[in-house]
Design a binder for this molecule. Structure first.
Ligand SMILES: NC(=O)c1ccc[n+]([C@@H]2O[C@H](COP(=O)([O-])OP(=O)(O)OC[C@H]3O[C@@H](n4cnc5c(N)ncnc54)[C@H](OP(=O)(O)O)[C@@H]3O)[C@@H](O)[C@H]2O)c1
Length: 234
């Protein structure tokens, strides 16, 4: 059955692959974007997740286009890497605002209708970095680890209403976010990935769609690594 799916940051990278995957499956997909819109085949709504008004407006817009959001994929994320001695409060806060508070805002805006209709799926994009840490990524790792506590609390709050809340933790995936990695760092990470390669955005999209499916109905509060085994066991 077709569902209404909202993906934050769905104009490129992993978010766009997720949007295409759901759309191919026949779902009604809306992808939010902050700067440039997604390709023409995907419906885009402008929304900066750091702005509460834009988030609630985006969710209302989806509702008037396609009905209540049934699947929320909170994917929008940034990095702003610095060693702690050089990291300003602002640089720490900006990453938290986008990755963690932005997800909280999207989830809050979508949860009312999900609870009312007694069905919903939320999937948050974390990262294996949230569990094993990385030098220069204190802000990013803290935000991604925080998503697990957020998801598990919402799993408790909304479980009785038929809403599941899960986390996907990608490893190293080929997107703009990782394009600037120093080749030595990339090779080191691929070297500790048992499957021996970087992942693709599609690898992540398949896992997200599974968690959004009816078949995943008894899975909530889970963290699913999609990492080729990188950092397994953390
Ligand atoms: N690539 C990896 O190796 C990897 C690994 C683990 C986890 N992840 C996570 O997976 C998610 C997607 O990553 P990606 O690699 O696809 O990154 P990406 O190519 O850099 O894309 C990031 C997306 O987030 C959007 N975004 C950033 N700040 C936003 C804001 N304030 N409001 C709304 N949208 C915002 C961007 O929109 P604009 O185009 O408008 O900037 C873009 O759509 C992120 O949460 C990331 O942390 C990625």
């Amino acid at each position: 059955m077709a569902r209404t799916v909202l993906i934050s940051g769905g104009n490129r990278g992993i978010g766009l692959a997720i949007a295409r995957n759901f759309q191919k499956n026949g779902d009604r997909v809306v992808a939010t974007f902050r700067s440039s819109p997604p390709p023409a085949e995907i419906t885009g709504i402008k929304c900066d997740v750091t702005d509460e008004t834009q988030v609630s407006q985006a969710v209302s817009e989806v509702e008037s286009l396609h009905g209540p959001v049934e699947v929320l994929v909170a994917n929008a994320g940034i990095t702003l890497d610095k060693l702690i001695l050089r990291m300003t409060d602002e640089e720490f806060g900006d990453v938290l605002q986008t990755n963690l508070t932005g997800t909280f805002r999207m989830a809050r805006a979508a949860s009312r209708a999900m609870a009312k209709h007694r069905w919903g799926r939320m999937i948050f994009l974390s990262s294996v970095v949230g569990f094993f840490g990385a030098p220069g990524q204190a802000n990013y790792a803290a935000s991604k680890a925080g998503l697990v506590g957020l998801a598990r609390s919402l799993a408790w709050e909304l479980g009785g209403r038929g809403v599941t809340v899960n986390v996907v933790a990608p490893g190293l995936i080929s997107t703009d976010m990782t394009a600037g990695l120093a080749p030595e760092r990339r090779d080191l990470l691929v070297g500790i990935t048992p499957l021996g390669r970087m992942g693709t955005p599609d690898d992540v999209a398949h896992a997200v769609r599974f968690l959004a499916s009816e078949e995943a109905r008894f899975i909530t509060g889970a963290v699913l690594p999609v990492s080729g085994g990188l950092a397994m066991g953390y």
